[in-house]
Design a binder for this molecule. Structure first.
Ligand code: FES
Length: 109
């Protein structure tokens, strides 16, 4: 099992450095949930289908992320508090290249 380090700033502004496994096909929303960095029911509502935007986060580091899918783009076009660096956490899969990634959770809506 291999882990990478990810820094996640929660909705209270608290920084957490967590280990995220690269070999479990997990996405960022699932990592946030597994460390309980956002209350149950406020993140991952659609189960990671790019249909709710509850997992929106702001990417603070300059990692190159995979292109947005059509669905992610569409969802973010309708979401609140969207910024230039917004992504849906459920669409970011944990891979070696993301070691050192830093994200901030978007406010709950
Ligand atoms: S969990 Fe619903 S869009 Fe990511």
């Amino acid at each position: 099992m291999t882990d990478i380090k990810i820094t996640i700033i929660d909705r209270q502004g608290v920084k957490h450095e967590v280990d995220a496994p690269t070999d479990m096909n997990m996405n960022l929303m699932e990592i946030v949930r597994s460390y309980e960095l956002a209350p149950e029911g406020t993140i991952g509502i659609c189960g990671g289908m790019a249909m709710c935007a509850s997992c929106q986060c702001y990417v603070l580091s300059d990692h190159e992320l995979p292109e947005m899918s059509y669905d992610e783009d569409l969802m973010l076009a309708e979401a609140y508090n969207v910024k230039e660096n917004s992504r849906l956490g459920c669409q970011i899969f944990i891979k070696d290249e993301l070691n050192g990634l830093e994200v901030e959770l978007a406010p709950e809506v």
